[in-house]
Design a protein around this ligand. Structure first.
Ligand code: F6P
Length: 321
């Protein structure tokens, strides 16, 4: 391959930089040029890019956000701008494009692939985990950890002061972030967009929990779970006699911060594979590492099997250093 381009698009997610680093180093190790378009798809339209060398991605694996910046490009929704982008990709001799982003960014890549000669792959990165089949997305684990550390603090005051708290988490119209935050925080209730809310049932549930001696409850409200948000839900619960309520919206703190180890490793593995798959001729695919399911392993099998570390990951450390 002569040249690959990478961009980060949509809502930024911790671990995007780790993916960029892996992509840049793997490309250069394989004598393939690599550029990065700035501001997501806007950068292809405006021909704004940086040419990477190995040092340009030094010291970024631990940083949140994206050194390439992101955008939600409205222009890219229009065919005429996608054609401008395609012309720019041709003029720059880009053979492969790697889009790091979520659901909307994948749709953008699918639309581009209909008119483009450039082979395109997607590396899933979004705190929402709102993509089918792919397992976890880059940024999801960090966002949960950020949410949990905030909810743990709320739990301290909720229990001490015996007050029920509604904590709003992000996720757009997908409940994954809410479910993981709910399990991890030991929440009493989690409301997600996928399940229609029943206010009578919810208020009975909270009252029962308080009656059973709980000191304050935590209700996780995933974005999209209640049409008008946490305060409106609190107002409604007050009408059902749950009077002492507080609302916290965690908001964009869930999008920032140093990526967790899980996200750094996932981003590195997916980034490396995105380049290798392009070099092997792949096109129009999402690079993913679906989560393993629970297994029941016989004692006998455990006892006769040696522990093996992942030598592929071990070798990656030096290969992309
Ligand atoms: O997609 C990530 C996300 O943080 C969603 O959870 C949220 O709905 C949205 O982006 C917020 O987007 P913006 O930062 O553009 O307001």
């Amino acid at each position: 391959m002569r040249k690959i381009a990478v961009l980060t698009s949509g809502g930024d997610a911790p671990g995007m930089n780790a993916a960029i680093r892996a992509i840049v180093r793997t490309s250069l190790n394989n004598d393939t040029g690599i550029i990065g378009f700035k501001n997501g798809y806007e950068g292809i339209i405006d021909n704004e890019y940086v040419t990477f060398d190995k040092r340009s991605v030094g010291n970024i694996i631990q940083r949140g956000g994206s050194i390439l910046h992101t955008s939600r490009s409205l222009r890219f929704l229009k065919k005429k701008y996608r054609q401008v982008a395609e012309n720019n990709l041709r003029a720059l001799c880009i053979d492969g494009l790697i889009v790091i982003g979520g659901e909307g960014s994948t749709k953008g890549a699918i639309e581009l692939s209909k008119i483009s000669k450039t082979r395109c792959v997607v590396v899933p990165a979004t705190i929402d985990r709102d993509m089918p089949l792919v397992g976890s997305t880059i940024g999801f684990d960090t966002a949960i950890n950020t949410a949990l550390s905030a909810i743990d603090k709320i739990r301290d005051t909720a229990t001490t002061a015996n007050v029920t708290h509604i904590v709003e988490v992000m996720g757009r119209d997908c409940g994954w972030l809410g479910i993981h935050a709910g399990i991890g925080a030991g929440a009493e209730v989690t409301i997600i967009p996928e399940v229609k809310i029943d206010i009578t049932k919810l208020s009975k549930n909270i009252k029962n929990q308080l009656y059973r001696g709980k000191k304050g409850c935590i209700i996780i409200l995933a974005e999209g779970g209640f049409p008008d948000g946490g305060q409106a839900l609190a107002d409604l619960l007050k009408e059902h006699d749950i009077l002492d309520l507080r609302v916290t919206t965690l908001g964009h703190i869930q999008r920032g911060g140093n990526p967790s180890s899980v996200d750094r490793i996932l981003a590195t593995e997916l980034g490396v594979d995105a380049v290798i798959s392009l070099m092997n001729g792949a096109s129009n695919v999402v690079i993913a590492k679906p989560i393993n399911t629970i297994k029941r392993i016989d004692f006998e099998e455990i006892i006769k099997t040696d522990v093996k570390v992942d030598m592929y990951l071990h070798d990656l450390i030096e290969n992309i250093a």
